[in-house]
Write a protein of this length. Sequence first.
Length: 136
Amino acid sequence: MKKYELTTETKEVFGITLYRVRALNSFKYAQAGELGGWIEKEDNLAQEGNAWVSGDTKVFDNAKVSGNTWVFGNAQVFGNAWVFDKAQVFDKAWVFDNAQVYGNARVSGKERVFGKARVSGKERVSGNARVSGFCF
């Protein structure tokens, strides 16, 4: 059973058309009928679990938000980035390239997590930090 649908409301970001999501039923981060953030395609936001995007959040390219994750505020997740498990990305944070945010990690403020960076466990990244990784 689907937990959200793409609406006809669109927004263009970096030349990519994004669609606003609407919750079809209630779950941890949304109530049935509630409008959420913006995604390019259904592959960007899992239909299972409690994963949700809200506010003016944008998820596009091959990025994926899944698990029990909440991405909100003006955050952006794009490229091949993956936010999963119980992670939260919010405020004006960006997660992109091949970066991953997972576990109970929180990324907020104006941070940029990119490259092959991994933010996990109970880590907190905030302020104006730039986290990049080129491991493996």
